[in-house]
Ligand binder design. Structure first.
Ligand code: PRP
Length: 220
């Protein structure tokens, strides 16, 4: 990336905290976008600046990334496609970054398989009520009771809160260690880049340059 002029406005990136953030930073580094101060794990700082490139970066909770991007508080976001589907914000989804690959699945004990096959009225625990609702109501035409949880969703069927869960499966080890299985697959997921709709026009050239660089990195 080339050094930018002094009077240029900052282009702001919102990165989803956690698993995706470090991979997102690695990918940006490959195209010459670096932010050294962000690598300091002990720092409590929330926003980081690269003065040469006129870029700013901040880490946010995954589900908040599309919100920052829709309102223009960030021009660009990096977040999982699960969050994009669940939040349904007005943003442009511009690139599949090719990492963070996993699947959205209906999971549970093997005994729950017949409840799904017979379209029984079942309870579904999930962090993703919109995705679950869309899958059961619009795709499967099965009426279910959706219970929103905020994490450790696998507990649902174990403690008798729900019959099944709708959740992300990456390696499958969380399911295995808790005696659960993938019963149905909803969709594949991966990390995506999203862009604010106004920024896409106003900062078209800079954003296009970043996208081109990322695309050619993927092809290498
Ligand atoms: C996610 C997901 C599963 C687990 C899947 O949870 O909700 O629990 O990872 O990964 P695996 O297939 O590789 O075992 P996360 O770690 O994000 O925490 P959470 O339970 O708080 O949602």
């Amino acid at each position: 990336m080339n050094k930018q002029s002094q009077d240029m406005r900052y282009l702001t990136f919102a990165l989803g905290k956690g698993r995706l953030a470090s991979q997102a930073l690695e990918l940006l580094e490959q195209i010459g976008i670096t932010c050294e101060e962000m690598k300091d794990k002990d720092s409590r700082k929330l926003i980081f600046v690269n003065e040469d490139l006129k870029l700013r970066f901040f880490l946010a909770k995954g589900p908040d990334v599309p919100t920052y991007v829709e309102y223009g508080a960030a021009d660009i976001g990096v977040v999982g496609s699960d969050t994009i589907l669940e939040e349904n914000r007005r943003v442009y989804e511009v690139l599949d970054l090719g990492f963070g690959k996993c699947r959205m699945c209906v999971c549970g004990p093997v005994s729950a398989k017949k409840l799904l096959q017979h379209h029984e009225m079942i309870r579904v625990a999930t962090k993703y009520p919109k995705i679950a609702k869309d899958y059961f109501y619009n795709q499967k035409h099965q009426t279910v009771d959706i219970i929103k949880l905020n994490g450790s969703v696998e507990l649902g069927p174990i403690v008798g809160l729900s019959d099944v869960i709708v959740d992300i499966v990456e390696t499958g080890s969380t399911l295995k260690e808790n005696g659960l299985e993938v019963l149905e697959e909803i969709c594949p997921l991966s990390a995506r880049m999203i862009v604010n709709q106004v920024s896409m026009k106003m900062e078209a050239e800079r954003i296009r340059e970043i996208l081109q660089a990322l695309k050619s990195t993927k092809q290498r």
